[in-house]
Design a binder for this molecule. Sequence first.
Ligand SMILES: [Mg+2]
Length: 120
Amino acid sequence: MKEVQEFLKVYQKEMNWEISNENYEEAKTSLLHNYMLLTTEVSEIAEEIRSIINETRISHPEDIEFAFKEAKDKHKENIGNEIADCFAYLIKFANYFEIDLEESFYSKMKEVQLRKNKDV
Ligand SMILES: [Mg+2]
């Protein structure tokens, strides 16, 4: 994960896509803008899933399992691209806040595992 975070740090600097850290107002605007872009990418995953479900219903109603597999295969690359887009924005936030994402991830997963009420 450190390698991915480092790659993205350099990549975003080269593309001039870093979250601004000039002053509070610019940082606030840049953070909100990037948050909006992240939510847009999340909705693009939803669109792909919606397409899979719709195409499954329409393409081969006589064999729903076949139709579902066919639709998933058709959209696999697009979903991968949208997940990658989301991942890039999440890493961008992690880098901005100087968070070691691997450490945060395992720490959070452990916390959830140890929770008494896992629905909360
Ligand atoms: Mg996208």
